[in-house]
Ligand binder design. Structure first.
Ligand code: AMO
Length: 440
């Protein structure tokens, strides 16, 4: 008999089917036992009444791989509205060691550190699975939307020979007899790709050797990268970003209802227009609302970001807010200075719920201006030779953005730590979830 999925059983009431999956849990109630079997379609209840079978299965640990053959019966009170009765059960691969964390409880009652110590297994918890199902959906809809809008996906390099962002936040790796670097973003490559396809996007790993041990920083993150040519200014980039977020939100709320319900969350509201305030206005709003005077600061503090999100929610009924025209001293060398006020750039951040999830803007597209800007930031134009060459051979006005996948997932799902939205997080204490102390 051919295996079917638990989710396909509802159309097979009265028929004998074969399903395979993980033993999620077993409960005995007097002479009956209820076995829950999990596969990628969901969790189905299997009713056991044969005393011999119950005795045999009772000794099998959760997580064991089972093949169940039985008759599908309607059961309106169960998750899939059907259950399996009269089963024959084959133990395909038994679990021999009991697992110390109970995955059948509605939440894993353990500290995040413990959850990460056992990451390959704790990822199997239904809530964790729901987070990463939704994350995969976010990626799918990002691709779908931008492809519709005429963007071409590209795959940039992660091993590079010069910094892509400037700054010291770089990991170096031994590359045979040379030193190479892990890319901080696909910045230079996405700009190069504008010369090729005009509109491009990518989903790329980025590596940041930042010594920031916060709830929202990783050393290996994933970025949605986007770049497009023939723009008027950064407003065109904010427009496409806003449309992208609206599309993703609508699709996730429509197609991931079960996961959202399981997680008990409401997505950030994105229907109304996202407000756009300048950096200067943002600090003024923060001051007026809290009395905290950061108007002389050159960047937004985490508290200011949080307050601006509250402002957007209260005043505009939306959980997103753009802050634009950052000070030139604080923006990257490639950010285009504003024509009216050259002390600020046509650069923006998008904040959601409590923090920045996207940075982007219009880029400089003149060769000489770029060389000057590199020098102004203390960078050596010789290290950017390939990149600079595109500006000699035809570059339209262009701009783009970088959006952290894990940051977006964290904020969309209201998670308290970015590591919950990262399968195998690396940070100051861990490499791919494994504690550095354990590796040594
Ligand atoms: P930026 O450095 O602001 O901009 O990064 C863009 C977005 O990437 C995510 N992000 C991170 N997520 C987790 N941990 C980190 N350490 C981390 N660093 C960045 C955030 C952030 O908003 N090249 C520019 C983008 C551009 O101008 O197109 C850049 O990389 O969500």
């Amino acid at each position: 008999m051919k295996r079917i999925l638990t989710s396909e059983c509802s159309s097979k009431v009265g028929e004998v089917v074969q399903i395979s999956g993980w033993l999620f849990n077993l409960r005995t109630l007097g002479k009956i036992a209820f076995l829950l079997l999990r596969d990628r379609g969901g969790i189905i209840q299997v009713v056991l009444e044969d005393p011999e079978l119950i005795k045999q299965i009772k000794s099998v640990q959760n997580g064991s791989i089972l093949e169940v053959t039985g008759k599908v019966k309607s059961a309106p009170n169960t998750q899939l509205k059907v259950e399996i009765e009269n089963p024959q059960i084959k133990i395909e691969n038994p679990v021999l060691e009991p697992f110390t964390i109970d995955l059948t409880k509605s939440d894993i009652n353990a500290e995040l550190d413990v959850v990460l110590d056992y990451r390959p297994i704790t990822l199997r918890h239904p809530k964790s699975r729901a987070i990463f199902k939704i994350q995969a959906g976010i990626v799918q809809y990002y691709r779908e939307f931008l492809t519709q809008k005429g963007f071409t996906e590209f795959f940039g390099p992660n091993i590079i020979s010069a910094s892509s962002e400037g700054g010291a936040e770089l990991f170096t790796v031994n590359y045979f007899d040379n030193k190479a670097m892990l890319s901080q973003s696909a910045q230079l490559y996405k700009q190069m790709m504008v010369g090729v396809h005009e509109r491009v996007f990518a989903l790329m790993k980025c590596f940041r050797a930042e010594k920031s041990a916060t709830r929202r920083h990783l050393t290996e993150a994933t970025q949605f990268e986007l770049e497009m040519g023939f723009i008027t200014d950064h407003n065109d980039i904010m427009d496409i970003l806003e449309e992208t977020i609206k599309f993703i939100t609508e699709k996730i709320s429509l197609n991931y209802k079960a996961e959202l319900e399981l997680l008990g969350i409401t997505l950030p509201s994105a229907e109304k227009q996202f407000p756009r305030v300048t950096f200067k206005e943002a600090l003024q709003i923060y001051f007026e609302r809290t009395g905290v005077d950061e108007r002389a600061e050159i960047d937004l503090s985490p508290n200011a970001e949080k307050e601006l999100c509250l402002y957007a929610k209260e005043q505009f009924g939306v959980d997103y807010i753009f802050v634009e025209k950052f000070l030139r001293v604080k923006t990257a060398f490639y950010a285009k200075p504003n024509e009216v006020d050259p002390l600020v750039t046509n650069y923006f951040d998008l904040l959601c719920r409590e923090c920045e999830i996207v940075s982007g803007g219009q880029r400089i597209n003149s060769y000489t201006e770029l060389v000057d800007s590199l020098k102004l930031k203390g960078l050596n134009p010789n290290d950017f030779e390939d990149y600079l060459s595109i500006f000699k051979y035809g570059m339209p006005s262009h701009g783009g953005f970088g959006m952290g996948l894990e940051r977006l997932t964290m904020m969309m799902l209201g998670l308290s730590n970015i590591r919950e939205a990262t399968l195998f997080p690396s940070d100051l204490k861990r490499i791919a979830a494994k504690s550095i102390n354990q590796i040594k």
